[in-house]
Write a protein that binds this ligand. Sequence first.
Ligand SMILES: O=P(O)(O)OC[C@H]1O[C@](O)(COP(=O)(O)O)[C@@H](O)[C@@H]1O
Ligand SMILES: [Mg+2]
Ligand SMILES: [Mg+2]
Length: 348
Amino acid sequence: MSGIKTLGQFIIEKQADFPYAKGELSRLLRDIGIASKIVNREVNKAGLVDILGAAGTVNIQGEGQQKLDVFANTQFISALTSGGECCIVATEEEDDFVKIDSPVSKNAKYIVCIDPLDGSSNIDCNVAVGTIFSIYRRKSVDGEATIQDVLQKGTEQVAAGYVIYGSSTMLVYTTGKGVNGFTLDPSIGEFCMSHPDMKVPANGSIYSINEGNYVHFPEGVKKYLKYAQAEDKATSRPYTSRYIGSMVADIHRNLIKGGIYMYPTTASSPNGKLRLLYECNPMAFIIEQAGGTASDGFNRILEIEPTTLHQRTAIFIGSSSMVDVAEDLMAEYSSEMDSARAIAHPLD
Ligand SMILES: O=P(O)(O)OC[C@H]1O[C@](O)(COP(=O)(O)O)[C@@H](O)[C@@H]1O
Ligand SMILES: [Mg+2]
Ligand SMILES: [Mg+2]
């Protein structure tokens, strides 16, 4: 086992990067690691236990909740509650933010925003799914934390990460000092360092978008697809289209191979589909830390001022030169009105 570095060892080691650290963030990351292992266990044997299919309930997004959405949500909230290092959890599966009401947590320093199970439409057909998390320091010093402690810009994140439950299970995270990936070794039940200092290639030849929404895409996106599919050897075009339908899996692939993932505004999602606080901000922080770019077509995702808990945004994320081209075409062919309307009326 010599040479293997576990997630726990790495977290403690990196604590030294933060002179005033008292270990709270380390313990919080540990708690997220523990809950991920429990979710991973259920995902792995999904066909054998009663965890496939719909839960019969609908979340605030108007989406039918899958049993695994509800299971994962419960696991993360209970691990964060017993860990005692976070005072509020904002999750895709709860209408309002959850105050962690244990004596120790009330004054805890951290806020966690989480998408407990990402890629829900892929659960029942054994395609990679994930968990996405984002951590903020609360702004109010003591007493009850409030919504103002949750609605912080992505630039304020102290850590962010995702877990991908795929052919192997990986946890990838950043604390603002680069991105590192750990693979779960089921034989020892530990996340072990497998992808140190991950960097997204500046350029790639993969584009990921649900082209089924083509007719409703902004003109700038239609132009980008035309550009991506045009023949030009010098820029390795036409690019290859890859779309798994799990944001975590599509972005993870592009982080490793280079590429761009796009979920623009569409007729059914005039403000974009993906949620700013617990999908776009954490993924943007990770990709930027890996040398890439994340925008809503016009603005840096991390600079968007959140106004509501389940706010949505358009997203263009991945290899910086590919996102630059997409932004240029959005600027040329689509008005910022699209985006401004999205930010002004987040839940219309
Ligand atoms: O089916 P569509 O419209 O292409 O949407 C797929 C996208 O929606 C999501 O499933 C939304 O996330 P949840 O599954 O957490 O709700 C993303 O993972 C994925 O990229
Ligand atoms: Mg999601
Ligand atoms: Mg989800």
